[in-house]
Design a protein around this ligand. Sequence first.
Ligand SMILES: [Cu+2]
Length: 189
Amino acid sequence: MNNTLNKFRILAVLAAGALALTGCSTTASSDGDDTAAVESAATTLTTSDMWVKAVDGGMTAAFGMIENPTDRDITVVSVSTSVSDMTELHETVENDAGEMVMRPIDGGFVIPAGGSLMLEPGGNHIMIMGVTDPILAGDDVTLTLTLDDGSTLEVTAPAKDYSGANENYEGGSGTNMDGDMDGDMEMNE
Ligand SMILES: [Cu+2]
C-alpha cells in the first residue's frame, strides 16, 4: 500500500508541475512586462553570410547560413523579397535520370534544434523568380523569412556576381521558365 501511495504522490507532484508551467506561459504571453516572456522563433534564429546572386532579370536565388540555438526545431515556411513577389523554397535532388534538379521542398526549411541549415548553390536555396529590375553586385536585397510560429525575420542579403547556381528546375525539360533569361542564367549546362 505504501508503494501505491508514493506513486500517487509522485503523480500529484508532476501534475502540479505541469499546471505551474502552463500557468507561467499563459502569464508570460498575456503580461507584457514579464521578463520571462516566450520568445518568438524570429528573435532566436540567427543568419550569417546571406547573399543573392546578381542577375539582369528572370531567376536568381538567395543563400546563406541559418542557425537555431533553441531546443526545438524551427521551420522557415516561406520567404518574401524586395525584388520579386515570386519566391519558392527549393531543395536539390537527383532525379530518375541521375541529374541534379531543384524543386520546391515539402514542408519548408527545417532548422534543427541546436543546429543550422546551409543554403548554398547546388543545395537548398531560396528561389527568386520573375525578377524584372536588374540586381547588381553590391545591391542590398531584403529577405523576409516567415517561420512556423508566424513570426517573421528580416534579413539583408547583398548581391554578388556568381557564375554557378544554374540548376535545372525539375520537370522544366531544359526550357527557360519565362523566356526572359540572359546567357548568364541558362537553365541547361
Ligand atoms: Cu531553385
